[in-house]
Design a protein around this ligand. Structure first.
Ligand code: 13P
Length: 286
């Protein structure tokens, strides 16, 4: 079923798992992404940047995700990632996205609250979920770079105030992760996550999932992470596999010979991640 972030994270909270939120950069990989979730028996969040949404078309993405989700009976959310402009958010919501992120993390605290609140009002009236962000994630995404020294970790007291004042459905927190970190792994600040989770009672979101060590997943999930973003790992593996295929095939061969192997690689990564996200080995789930 084509559904919302609020719905899938509610189930994830009840059952103590996290929902994988995977970035797509094209239409090609979408069917296999949703098929991966179907085979694992899990919901999935498909997310696009604003630029990808504009490249493919908001309503085209909605049609494709909705059709596959309904046909395959998979709980799938279509989420707009890191939008900073209200017009982009409106375009997504009016086209049928079921979830949006307003990223006001670069703004002064009060301004972030006011702008996020306005997005929540617009979105909730239309049944759409909203993710906000407090603190800054490091690294580079869609050309926006945050230096290591400019990273600001989320303060628990600010998070409490932000959630109460805005009414967001999920909160992206900064606990040491970086966007686009695919050559190394980061040290996540688990004690800070525990502090935030003790006082913030809505689903928490990890960004920069590619750079997170898989052995840290259980701690993250057991302390409230209910949406786990993975983008770069899919992107680099899709591109690498496609590059290898393109190098081997002749120019008049159907494109599917190059694209299918790349899609298959993404599918197996997603199945692997979802297997970990289900958190079945956690003592809390026994
Ligand atoms: P990575 O690309 O680093 O996995 O991060 C994805 C993300 O957080 C999207 O907002």
């Amino acid at each position: 079923m084509y559904t919302t972030l609020k719905e899938v994270t509610k189930t994830a909270t009840e059952l103590n798992f996290t929902v994988g939120a995977f970035n797509t950069h094209n239409l090609e990989m979408l069917p296999e992404m949703i098929e991966a979730a179907k085979e694992m028996g899990s919901p999935i969040i498909i997310q696009t940047s604003v630029d990808t949404a504009k490249y493919i078309g908001y309503s085209v993405l909605v049609s494709v995700v909705r059709t596959i989700a309904d046909n395959e009976m998979v709980d799938a959310v279509l989420h707009l990632d890191h939008a900073r402009d209200f017009d982009d958010i409106k375009a997504a919501i009016d086209s049928g996205y079921t979830s949006v992120m307003y990223d006001g993390s670069h703004l002064p605290f009060k301004e972030n609250i006011l702008k996020t609140k306005a997005v929540v009002e617009y979105a909730h009236k239309r049944g759409v979920s909203v993710e906000g962000e407090l603190g800054t994630i490091g690294g580079t995404e869609e050309g926006i770079h945050v230096e290591e020294n400019d990273k600001v970790y989320t303060k628990p007291a600010d998070a409490v105030e932000f959630v109460a004042a805005t009414g967001v459905d999920a909160l992206a927190i900064a606990i040491g992760t970086n966007h686009g970190q695919f050559k190394s792994k980061t040290e996540v600040n688990i004690p800070l996550l525990k502090e935030i989770h003790a006082v913030v009672h809505i689903p928490l979101v990890i960004h920069g999932g590619t750079g997170v060590k898989e052995e840290d997943y259980p701690e993250l999930i057991n302390h409230g992470i209910r949406k786990f973003n993975v983008g770069t790992e899919l992107l680099v593996n899709w591109t690498k596999t496609a590059q290898e295929s393109f190098a081997e095939t002749s120019i008049n061969q159907s494109l599917r010979h190059n694209v299918i192997p790349a899609n298959d690689v993404c599918k197996s990564i997603i199945k692997h991640k979802i297997g970990l996200f289900m958190n079945v080995d956690s003592p809390l789930n026994k």
